[in-house]
Design a protein around this ligand. Structure first.
Ligand SMILES: C[S@@+](CC[C@H](N)C(=O)[O-])C[C@H]1O[C@@H](n2cnc3c(N)ncnc32)[C@H](O)[C@@H]1O
Length: 294
């Protein structure tokens, strides 16, 4: 609502405030474009929030459990770099896949390794181990941002969270992906119900759901404020980040489609699709003829 002043004064103050808000450097991270384009991921919708979160938290240490093609991890690294934040980022994964993601070959790791080395090699590293094997590599109380995105059963996520809890710092934020998936044996939603009872938290329902929990006692104010918002404001924030994320989800779908058209299997099956189409046209024509009055 406009403040109660003379019309010319309110309009000029309003437009000045609006201009300042629109041009504010604080807003910039949510508009930074992602760098890991062309890679398949269910995480695309959360890239704008990841950029904002990293610049708001300014973490000294980020650890990700479950990286695959590196879409989420690259968004953390990109925000560290563009935000001039001094810290380290570690991605932990066997780069073999699992029952839910599916199993994949070594090219996934090789491709990501080259990408991370060339762009973020000064501060980011891929750790090719199981989550349990990697645990002793990190000090207690050291991690400021932990992203849990490995196997999504209730038991697996609960044990990932509990195993890594002692490693978290007093400013730590934990992200849980897929909080909004309730099919098959996905059980993060169930753990999320417990987490949000215990810690100040916020959830984005879009992009399969992303839970944000302020686990440390001294998490920076802007992040804690997210969890304190009244429902109407929370809905606005959720909607805006969903809109911003939709752009990258759409770009990902377009990339996947064009990769399919360029793929060898798509080109090899072209004659079969042509035969199928001719056959369908033939059947339809026969049908049309038989329905025509004589
Ligand atoms: C859903 S994918 C990660 C997606 C990724 N965060 C993104 O941005 O698209 C899950 C990954 O977790 C890995 N994973 C699952 N359980 C694991 C474990 N116990 N130790 C190491 N890696 C694991 C799988 O190899 C798989 O690559």
């Amino acid at each position: 609502m406009l403040p109660n002043r003379a019309p010319e004064q309110s309009i000029s103050m309003f437009s000045r405030d609006l201009m300042a808000a629109l041009a504010s450097p604080d807003r910039e991270p949510i508009f930074w474009p992602p760098t890991r384009t062309g890679m398949m991921s269910a995480w695309w919708g959360h890239v704008p929030f990841a950029h904002w979160l990293v610049t708001a938290l300014r973490p000294g240490l980020i650890v990700e459990l479950g990286t695959q093609n590196g879409v989420s991890f690259s968004s953390f690294c990109e925000a560290m770099q563009r935000g001039h934040i001094v810290g380290r980022c570690f991605a932990i994964d066997t780069w073999k896949g699992d029952e839910q993601t599916g199993f994949y070959d070594d090219t996934v790791y090789q491709n990501l390794f080259g990408f991370i080395q060339s762009r973020y090699g000064a501060f980011a590293e891929l750790v090719r181990l199981s989550f349990d094997e990697a645990l002793p590599c990190f000090d207690e109380g050291s991690i400021d941002l932990l992203h849990i995105d490995g196997l999504h059963t209730y038991e697996a996520v609960k044990s990932d969270f509990e195993n890594w809890l002692p490693k978290l710092s007093d400013r730590a934020v934990v992200l849980f992906h897929d909080t909004n998936v309730r099919q098959n044996d996905f059980g993060i939603w169930k753990l999320w119900d417990e987490i949000r009872e215990r810690y100040p938290s916020f959830e984005f329902p879009h992009g399969h759901g992303l839970g944000v929990a302020a686990v440390g006692k001294n998490v920076p104010k802007p992040i804690v404020k997210l969890s304190e918002m009244e429902e109407a404001k929370r809905t606005v924030i959720q909607g805006r980040f969903a809109q911003l994320g939709a752009r990258w989800i759409a770009a990902d779908s377009a990339d996947q489609l064009s990769a399919m058209y360029r793929s060898t299997s798509w080109r090899l099956t072209k004659p079969l699709r042509a035969i199928k189409k001719s056959w369908q046209t033939f059947i339809k024509t026969l049908g049309d003829i038989s329905r025509k009055p004589v």
